[in-house]
Every structure is written in structure tokens, then in C-alpha cells.
Design a protein around this ligand. Sequence first.
Ligand SMILES: [Zn+2]
Length: 117
Amino acid sequence: MARLSSEQQRILLSRDRALLMHRAVTHGCYIRAFSPREQLAYLINRLDLCGKISPFCRCMRCNGELHELESNEILGNLPQRVLEIRERFLRCGQCDHVYWEGSHYQVMKQWISQLCG
Ligand SMILES: [Zn+2]
């Protein structure tokens, strides 16, 4: 991870202080919090990411890019109720998982709004 972060010019995020002290790490950030929500809130504040984040554009399963589905694309394996009440669907370009703006989306959107004011 230390080598990859250096080669790819990434910031290494970790709770492992020894890893962050590795000489290959040029940019590291120690994450004190345990819960993912607290960790994300810390990072957004610490790295001044509000205004730079693009929520809902990557797949939560594989990190692939999401693309909006055209209305004529087949959505046959989605629940009928979802097809009836939702209009916008996104598909992962790597794993083909389909997302829509359901209740989970609204909760996440509200949380992001609270984090970034
Ligand atoms: Zn995916």
C-alpha cells in the first residue's frame, strides 16, 4: 500500500501509524475515528473536500463509473414497484449493478448535505 500510494500519487489513509511512517509514503493521513461515518466526516473536513466530491457517480460494489440508463434499456430484473415509481436509473459500467434514487439515496444525500453545509 505504501508503494502504491507513492507510485499513484495518492494520499494513504490508515489507522496504522507504522504504515504511515514507511519511507515510501509521501502523503499519508492518520484516521483517528473508528466508524466509517466519522472517518468520512473527518476526511472531508481535513482535506477540504466539500465542493470537490462527486457523490453517486461511482459503484459502491466495485468503484466502477455509473452511467445513466436510456429509457429503452432492459430493466427486467428490477422489482416492478421500483420500475413504476422511479424514473432515473444508473448502471455500473464494470459490474452492471443498477442503482436508483430510493430511500437509501435520500438518506445519503441528506447526510452529504449536512457534512458540506
Ligand atoms: Zn460496479
